[in-house]
Design a protein around this ligand. Structure first.
Ligand SMILES: [Zn+2]
Length: 89
């Protein structure tokens, strides 16, 4: 059965997929698995607040898990404001 309406939506999605600046991240919630276990890493765009459940984050306010996720999300959504604590290499 031909579904013209759905075909148009699929074509539109392909255009949008190449225009990632149309998308603005509002929040992120992830589980990251390392050799030491699982950590929950999250981001709330309302207050530019990154959080992680690991011990290093509790004492230092950032950690390798947050930095890694920032790099991933920055590559996917270069126009989103992901906070100003992206670390340069
Ligand atoms: Zn962490």
């Amino acid at each position: 059965m031909e579904d013209q309406e759905m075909q148009e939506k699929i074509q539109k999605s392909k255009r949008y997929a190449n225009e990632s600046d149309r998308f603005k991240l509002l929040s992120i919630k992830t589980e990251m698995t390392s050799r030491h276990g699982s950590r929950l890493v999250s981001f709330n765009a309302d207050n530019q607040d990154w959080e992680c459940t690991c011990d290093f984050y509790q004492s230092r306010g950032t950690c390798s898990h947050i930095m890694a996720l920032q790099q991933i999300m920055y590559n996917l959504f270069p126009k989103s404001n992901l906070g100003n604590n992206l670390k340069d290499e």
